[in-house]
Design a binder for this molecule. Structure first.
Ligand code: NDP
Length: 383
């Protein structure tokens, strides 16, 4: 029997790789909603190919284009933030949350309120909402399956024991394309997004270069696997073969290995709790040859320190960190600030005055996010 599926951020890197897996197992899936921000052509093509019920663009200016592109198909066209949330509230067996940034939070929360199963790639949503999201998951009996390769690896390693018996969790980090680059002040967006191991969207690629990706992942892991922040470690592993590890109290460490291809963790979520075929070549360890491991350099790349401090502070701090980082990355990609300013701006925003009160509701989180963005943008204005 086929299972129903919606993909939020269907035109992005994770969204397209999800569709690739669905295409290979077409009879298994019935596609309900597909969404994009503004890429009408790709969205309409996917909606037609997969006979979606509804296609949504977040940016309302593209609604007419979407209607034109879907004319005669019988597929509903919709636009705007509330349309995204309405689409996420349509009951499905699996929701893939692959929007980039805190913009994806509303649809994730709407899917959680349906008590659904959510394959979560959109780490910024969980980082920003934190306990507001995990409490909603518990309240509505929803299931969060981590798509992020590290968290998916940990999730798989945790099948081997109880959370209470975990001594530590180790998140691996490739170190990004700039690990060995001496002068970080002159780095261009092209250099920063040229990731050595993974082919990803622009924002997460910059996050990998600054190590904010690992910082966000630290906070994500803290919410998904509550073993205590001090038990979650980061190790740089440039080959990206081991995707993360769990050490148990008896001294056994379980690791998950695989190719640097997001279709592996996506497939693990789509088929969960079973397994499905993917087009991956078998793991060839002799061809890989060697694996190496290093401690992160938090002097050159302060992002993981900032994220750990924000997680320790709790409350609104992770949402502020995330919002400031989103603004800084966009400004860097627009060539308005140098690479080295990204972490400085995030730190400045975090240190500016008192933190807002801990958010209790989705609206609180969105307000903290909006205010932190405004502050970050103000700080970027020339004096
Ligand atoms: P992309 O930039 O490739 O795609 C983002 C998707 O979100 C697109 O469909 C885009 O639409 C849509 N989108 C962008 N802005 C908005 C908005 N304001 N409102 C609604 N939709 C929007 O991102 P990735 O696929 O790389 O990443 C998606 C998420 O998954 C991120 O949170 C990332 O951290 C996480 N992730 C990604 C990995 C990867 O390998 N790419 C690995 C692990 C996690 P449009 O095409 O119209 O712009």
């Amino acid at each position: 029997m086929s299972r129903s599926l919606s993909i939020f951020g269907a035109t992005g890197s994770v969204g397209e790789q999800t569709l690739d897996l669905v295409r290979r197992n077409r009879a298994d899936w019935n596609v309900v909603a597909l969404t994009a921000n503004s890429n009408v052509a790709a969205l309409a093509d996917a909606a037609r190919e997969f006979a979606a019920e509804v296609a949504v663009v977040a940016d309302e200016r593209y609604l007419d284009n979407l209607r034109d592109a879907l004319a005669g198909s019988g597929i509903e066209a919709a636009a705007g933030r509330s349309a995204l949330c309405e689409a996420a509230a349509r009951p499905v067996d699996m929701t893939v949350a692959a929007i980039v940034g805190c913009a994806g939070l509303g649809p994730v929360m709407a899917a959680i309120e349906q008590g659904g199963t959510i394959a979560l790639a959109n780490k910024e949503a969980l980082v920003s909402a934190g306990e507001v999201m995990t409490a909603a998951v518990d309240r509505h009996g929803a299931t969060l399956l981590p798509v992020d390769s590290e968290h998916n690896a940990i999730f798989q390693c945790l099948q081997g024991g109880e959370l209470a018996e975990v001594r530590s969790i180790t998140l691996t980090a490739s170190g990004g394309p700039l690990r060995l680059v001496e002068d970080l002040s002159a780095v261009t967006p092209e250099q920063a997004i040229a990731h050595p191991n993974w082919d990803m969207g622009a924002k997460i690629s910059v996050d990998s270069a600054t190590m904010f990706n690992k910082g966000l992942e630290l906070i994500e892991a803290h919410h998904l696997f509550p073993v205590g922040l001090d038990r979650i470690r980061i190790v740089v592993h440039p080959q990206s073969v081991i995707h993360s590890m769990v050490e148990y109290r008896d001294g056994s460490t379980l690791a998950q290995l695989g190719p640097s291809d997001m279709r592996v963790p996506i497939a693990s979520c789509l088929a969960w709790p079973a397994r499905m075929d993917t087009p991956m070549a078998p793991l060839d360890l002799p061809a890989i040859g060697e694996m190496s491991f290093f401690a992160p350099d938090e002097v050159r790349f302060p992002a993981t320190r900032l994220a750990r401090e924000a997680a320790q502070a709790g409350g609104a701090a992770p949402a502020v960190l995330n919002a400031a980082n989103e603004i800084a990355v966009a400004a860097f990609l627009d060539r308005k600030i140098p690479f080295s300013r990204i972490a400085l701006l995030v730190e400045d925003v975090l240190n500016q005055g008192d933190l807002p009160r801990p958010p209790q509701t989705l609206e609180d989180v969105l307000r903290v996010d909006e205010d932190a963005r405004t502050l970050a943008m103000r700080m970027l204005e020339p004096a």
